[in-house]
Design a protein around this ligand. Structure first.
Ligand SMILES: [Zn+2]
Length: 287
């Protein structure tokens, strides 16, 4: 069996038309997305970014590989590797630029949610393992990346903010907060399978949905949950309701997205909205 593998087109395919519909958007910054068009894609080809396997999916008349860039990524060059099933590997690089994220200071009345006691720590450690397991699930099906907004409401906090709770710095904000009244329906952002669902110390009622090939969405602080692990959900299907469970200052949905086990800014996955933050670098470039 012979498989033709053309070198040139792969290297010349870095230009893409701008998209009007919801679709992953290139943002070569920490917390952003790197995209690579693969016009010669054949089944069995694996693509890695920074040595992590990434999602590959068809788009219009080509295929695209999508990589999540970690929030703590240093500016510089990062490598895509395209490993053809015949053994040929091609490498191409992209340059990740710096992005400054703002600070946010929050006051939490329940001090245990900022400085947990020993008993809480036992629980937190168990939940950390559970979260780790959920985010590292990888299924082979073609990922669903045509996301919709998971709830109605205004953006109350953006991704990447350096966070201080009661004056103490904690991990940066790794999702998008959408403020809404308690009870507002929360909907699956795309078709998928529920990986985990339950009550967590910091995140409150939380659901993880697998969309395929390491694309995973997460919904936290919900008032209640309407799904259970193993359920398949359709895009727009109700999975719970907005609440303020866990470490929260008011009712909102914390929405987060993983790609290659990396939390990325969900705004790059969602359709444009008038109230969304405007300081988006390179929003027209693709990839
Ligand atoms: Zn949040």
């Amino acid at each position: 069996m012979h498989h033709k593998f053309h070198f040139l087109p792969l290297l010349l395919c870095l230009i893409f038309p701008a998209m009007a519909e919801a679709y992953p958007e290139k943002a070569l910054v920490p917390g952003g997305i790197a995209l690579l068009a693969l016009p010669d894609y054949q089944e069995g080809t694996k693509v890695t970014f920074d040595n992590k396997q990434i999602a590959v999916f068809p788009y219009k008349n080509t295929w695209v590989a999508m990589a999540g860039i970690p929030l703590d990524a240093k500016p510089g060059n990062y490598q895509f590797s395209i490993k053809h099933h015949t053994g040929i590997t091609l490498n191409t690089r992209v340059t990740v630029k710096d992005k400054k994220y703002q600070e946010q200071h929050l006051t939490i009345k329940n001090k245990r949610k900022v400085n947990p006691n020993e008993e809480d720590m036992v629980r937190i450690k168990k939940e950390r393992i559970r979260k780790q397991k959920a985010k590292t699930i990888r299924t082979d099906s073609i990922p669903k990346v045509d996301f919709i907004w998971p709830t109605e409401g205004h953006i109350s906090s953006v991704f990447g903010l350096r966070r201080f709770f009661n004056g103490q710095e904690r991990r940066p904000h790794n999702g998008l907060d959408i403020a809404a009244n308690t009870g507002t329906p929360v909907r699956a952002t795309a078709d998928g399978t529920v990986i985990d669902a339950g009550d967590f110390f910091f995140s409150g009622n939380m659901v993880f949905i697998d969309h395929g090939q390491g694309i995973i969405s997460l919904y936290a602080h919900m008032d209640h949950i309407d799904v259970k692990p193993g359920d398949t959900v359709k895009q727009g299907e109700r999975i719970g309701a907005v609440g303020q469970t866990g470490r929260s200052t008011g009712p909102h949905l914390h929405f987060a997205v993983f790609a290659n086990k990396t939390l990325i800014d969900p705004i790059y996955m969602l359709p444009k909205r008038p109230d969304q933050p405007t300081e988006k670098p390179q929003m027209s470039a693709y990839p």
